[in-house]
Ligand binder design. Structure first.
Ligand code: ZN
Length: 224
């Protein structure tokens, strides 16, 4: 059976005059050649023209990267999942983006990644002031410095006395967690498990008659 495919653009509906090649939309639901979604040169040009990125803001939450893109025509694409591809220096998103714009997006991503790196804590030293009260000396990779930043820990929440940016707070919480883990390890290594009581009878000559059982202890057996 021979069929005929009308060359019409699936976007604007106009007739396509093919010259050597055809553009079509990738679509996995297309089963038959007749359902193929052709796109005309003008719609391709409009699409490329539309994707002039004015701004792109990346965010990372729980290791999931998303981006909000503003185009020069004012269109905003909010919180799109995205994946940076280092090899091709491009960023892939859920939206169909021209390769030129994918490259452009990658530049924004590199700037984001560099800023994030500079905000990581390089050093963080703690001093315990009293129970649940600490001070921290913090330096970021970018050279930002906080001297004697006071914070307290109440009901599992860490609270600083002055307002700090979120990235400082995140870094501080992580550093404090490893500080706690380290303290716990140290206290475990300096406090050996209690030994079983020694009940062996000792000759009378070896009874300790003063001190020696600890700083404040006198002869534990009283005067005799
Ligand atoms: Zn068209």
């Amino acid at each position: 059976m021979i069929r005929t495919l009308n060359l019409t653009c699936s976007r604007c509906g106009k007739e396509i005059s093919a010259q050597g090649h055809l553009h079509y939309q990738d679509d996995f639901s297309v089963q038959s050649f007749q359902d193929i979604k052709l796109v005309c040169d003008q719609c391709i040009a409009d699409w490329k023209n539309k994707w002039q990125i004015a701004d792109a803001k990346f965010e990372e939450h729980n290791y999931v990267l998303s981006v909000t893109i503003t185009l020069q025509d004012g269109t905003v694409y909010k919180n799109m999942d995205c994946t940076p591809i280092e090899d091709t220096e491009s960023v892939i998103t859920g939206e169909d983006i021209p390769p030129e714009a994918q490259h452009e997006l990658y530049k924004y991503y590199v700037a984001f990644a560099e800023e994030k790196e500079s905000q990581q804590l390089k050093d963080c030293f703690f001093e315990k002031l009293e129970e649940n009260k600490f001070s921290a000396d913090i330096t970021t990779n970018g050279g930002e410095h906080y001297e004697k930043l006071l914070f307290s820990v109440e009901e599992g929440y860490l609270k600083t006395e002055q307002d700090v940016p979120d990235y400082i707070m995140d870094g501080l919480v992580n550093a404090y967690k490893s500080y706690l883990a380290q303290e716990q390890m140290l206290s475990m290594s300096t406090q050996p498990a209690p030994r079983p009581p020694q009940r062996r009878a000792m000759p009378e000559s070896q009874w300790n008659t003063g001190g020696g059982f600890g700083r404040n202890n006198k002869n534990p057996f009283g005067d005799f």
